[in-house]
Design a protein around this ligand. Structure first.
Ligand SMILES: [Cu+2]
Length: 171
């Protein structure tokens, strides 16, 4: 009896882990490898990444800095108005929960003006269209490859789950 319970628990943990693997976002250390400082070009850093809901920003910095999330107008002009949220302490995890733009800067006098500011655009995975083929004459093919790959993963996952459940009856 204990064995069946054990298998059941193990299987549940496994299936939850599998499901999380498909949903969980990516953690990005802002400005890596430099971090949040006065020597990193955040426009350049952010341009290499596509952010999706579920991703996290990790601000890692010396405590001579801080992180303020601000509205766009304050971000553009480096105005120290009222922050949407203030972070201190040198290590903050900020969740990107939904699509849209987020604006951050260091509130220490002069630092934003010296480039310590970050704009992040979060996009939904559905809205990102697949890249079109380079050839100009052929009509664009429907993006069925992604869907097929996803279906493949889904089918394999379903088979794995059914097999796992059947297995429990034999243990
Ligand atoms: Cu600073």
């Amino acid at each position: 009896m204990m064995n069946i319970v054990k298998v059941l628990v193990t299987f549940t943990v496994l299936s939850v882990t599998l499901q999380l693997a498909f949903v969980a976002g990516t953690n990005y250390t802002v400005g890596a490898p430099g971090g949040w400082d006065l020597n990193t070009n955040y426009t350049k850093w952010v341009s290499t990444i596509t952010f999706y809901p579920g991703d996290n920003l990790i601000f890692s910095y010396a405590t001579t800095h801080d992180v303020w999330e601000v509205k766009e107008s304050d971000y553009q002009t480096c105005t120290k108005g009222s922050a949407i949220k203030q972070y201190t302490g040198g290590n903050n995890v900020i969740a990107l929960t939904e699509a849209g733009s987020r604006y951050f800067y260091c509130s220490i006098t002069g630092h934003c003006g010296q480039g310590m500011k970050l704009q992040v655009s979060v996009v939904t995975k559905d809205s990102s269209s697949p890249p079109s083929p380079p050839s100009g004459n052929s009509p664009p093919s429907p993006p069925k490859n992604d869907a097929a790959a996803l279906n493949g993963i889904g089918t394999r996952l379903a088979i794995a789950l059914v097999l796992g459940e059947m297995l429990m009856f034999f243990v």
